[in-house]
Every structure is written in structure tokens, then in C-alpha cells.
Write a protein that binds this ligand. Structure first.
Ligand SMILES: [Zn+2]
Length: 58
């Protein structure tokens, strides 16, 4: 029973990791692939182009 729940959670985590969306960097205005879960939780994202940290406001 417990193992079933764990594998279920692992599947969700894998799904969330794969969920990425194109996000525009407010500093250099370039688009990069960012985690959807990070975006929806207002977490800091790293721009791979200018190495700036930014938070996407909804
Ligand atoms: Zn940037």
C-alpha cells in the first residue's frame, strides 16, 4: 500500500519535472524553458542567457 503511494508520487514528480514552458526573461528579453511548477509557485528562475534570477509574476 505504502509502496503504491510512493510510486504514484514519483510519477507526479517526474511529470512536473517534464512540464516546462517558454518564459521570457525580463532582463535580456530572451525566451528560455522554465519549470511550470516553479512558475506557478512564484519561485526564482535562472535565465541561461544572462544568468539573471527572476520571478515571473502572474
Ligand atoms: Zn536573461
Amino acid at each position: 500500500m505504502r509502496e503504491k503511494i510512493m510510486s504514484y508520487l514519483t510519477a507526479i514528480m517526474a511529470f512536473l519535472k517534464k512540464s516546462e514552458a517558454s518564459t521570457k526573461c525580463p532582463i535580456c528579453n530572451k525566451y528560455s524553458s522554465q519549470s511550470v511548477s516553479k512558475r506557478s509557485h512564484g519561485q526564482t528562475m535562472l535565465c541561461p542567457y544572462c544568468k539573471s534570477l527572476f520571478i515571473k509574476e502572474k
